[in-house]
Design a binder for this molecule. Structure first.
Ligand code: GCO
Length: 452
């Protein structure tokens, strides 16, 4: 292992940015012809979302994007990852195009350009048109055909304006958590065969997204997937624990990362799933395994893994109840996650360009006191993770950028507005934005390209 020196600046070309997603910040849920999304629908079912919070207003970014980009620019944020709301473009999923939806994003990208901010655009960040869900949602192959139409429309409309495309955000969350566990919209609780099929359909959409960018994205357009892989961190950074964590990583990610890098599903995955394995049609993997330009990783947490005993290849450890975590119960604090996930992707799949497309932490109740939010916990999270990013770069892992989640407090899915991930505070009554201490801290890191 290298001796790591955190005072070395980040490379000049390293991209610092922030991220958010359409459904979580835009509001204007039924404005200018936008169709209902599965989250608009799900949030109205009693008991599904904390306090029954809806996406109707959110941060009202739809009407305030100019103000938001001015604030971003004032903080020195030059790159912003956003997503396009599919139901604004095709309110019913496919069929009828809503020009007002495209016009909105034209205005938004023009404002970003005026403020000197580069867009990184995710085609799908969970807000599926409800009309498609009514026809079977991600369990139906019709959704794949609809996505292909949507992706081509959007990429063509913004070619020349958008150069960085992300096909899908976190397949696990909108398939397994949404169709298996049921905690996310549409809240279905299906068996393994259906869930595996939703993943397969998502992988096909990823392929359609890549193809759309290649054919219609214009010169220099880049495309990749954003994945929230399961991350294994070796308990000790010794060859035995590293090998165990790597073997665990490979196994846990066979169905998504393994699939996009293969010519079919891995034998180990097919054997494990048996009769529940996805149904694959001829030619599917020609799409799924199309080469991409970068890999996006959303990294928040990890599982500790050590060398196995009694002939086992690994041992994944459970955490003690008082292990430190953010207020999101799943967000155990493991900064080494952001070192090991990119390193393993680089070593196992040969990625030459990796972007951290999300990293951040959620806490409740971050009150404004004398005009300030002293979110020192977030500053510490950010700093400890950036140190691991830098360590990875110094060890030769090709991490080319980092997007902090999130620019502003927003709708945290089933946790509603209770959980705040922003470096900018949003007062949901007045919609006033106030940069937190973490925003000032990050601004200085970006300005000096050094961990302070
Ligand atoms: C995700 C999504 C974001 C979340 C963020 C915090 O990772 O779940 O990409 O939309 O808001 O990650 O949970």
């Amino acid at each position: 292992m290298s001796t790591f020196n955190s005072s070395i600046p980040f490379p000049t070309a390293f991209v610092f940015g922030t991220a958010a997603a359409s459904a979580q910040i835009e509001g204007a849920a039924f404005v200018d012809g936008k169709g209902e999304s599965i989250w608009d629908h799900f949030s109205r079912i009693p008991g599904k979302v904390h306090d029954g919070d809806t996406l109707d207003v959110a941060c009202d970014h739809y009407h305030r994007f100019d103000e938001d980009f001015a604030l971003m620019a004032s903080l020195g944020i030059r790159h912003y990852r956003l997503s396009i709301a599919w139901p604004r473009i095709y309110p019913q999923g496919d069929s009828v195009l809503n020009q007002a939806g495209l016009d909105f994003y034209h205005r938004l990208f023009a404002s970003m350009a005026r403020h000197g901010i580069t867009p990184w655009v995710t085609l799908f960040h969970w807000d599926l048109p409800q009309a498609l869900e009514d026809g079977g949602g991600w369990a139906s192959r019709h959704t794949v055909d609809a996505f292909a139409v949507y992706a081509r429309t959007v990429v063509q409309a913004f070619s020349g304006v958008v150069k960085h495309w992300i096909t899908l955000n976190e397949i696990r969350c909108f398939t397994w958590l949404a169709y298996g566990i049921g905690s996310k919209a549409p809240g279905r609780k299906e068996g393994a065969a259906v869930v595996n099929q939703t993943v397969h359909h998502a992988l096909l959409c990823h392929g359609h997204g890549v193809r759309a960018v290649r054919e219609l994205g214009g010169p220099g357009a880049l495309v990749g997937l954003t994945d929230n892989c399961d991350v294994g961190v070796p308990v000790t950074e010794t060859p035995a624990d590293i090998a165990a964590a790597k073997a665990w990583f490979l196994d846990r990610n066979l169905h998504i990362l393994g699939a996009i890098h293969g010519k079919g599903y891995a034998q180990a995955y097919l054997e494990r799933e048996g009769a529940a394995a996805p149904k694959v049609q001829a030619g599917d993997f020609d799409l799924i395994s199309l080469p991409t330009d970068f890999l996006g990783l959303n990294i928040y947490t990890a599982t500790y893994v050590r060398a196995g005993r009694n002939g086992q290849p690994w041992e994944a450890l459970s955490l003690p109840p008082n292990y430190p975590r953010a207020d999101s119960p799943w967000l155990n604090l493991v900064p080494q996650s952001i070192y090991w996930a990119p390193r393993m992707c680089h070593e196992l799949y040969g990625h030459a360009s990796i972007f951290i497309t999300e990293n951040g932490c959620g806490y409740n109740d971050e009150p404004l006191v004398n005009g300030e939010v002293l979110d020192l916990h977030r500053r510490d999270y950010l700093r400890s993770h950036l140190r691991e990013v830098q360590r990875a770069i110094q060890d030769g892992v090709p991490i080319d950028g980092y997007f902090l989640w999130s620019f502003i407090d927003n709708y945290e899915w089933e946790d509603g507005y209770q959980r705040r991930f922003g470096i900018v505070h949003c007062d949901y009554q007045t919609l006033v934005r106030t940069p937190k201490l973490s925003a000032r801290y990050y601004a200085e890191v970006m300005r000096t390209r050094t961990i302070l």
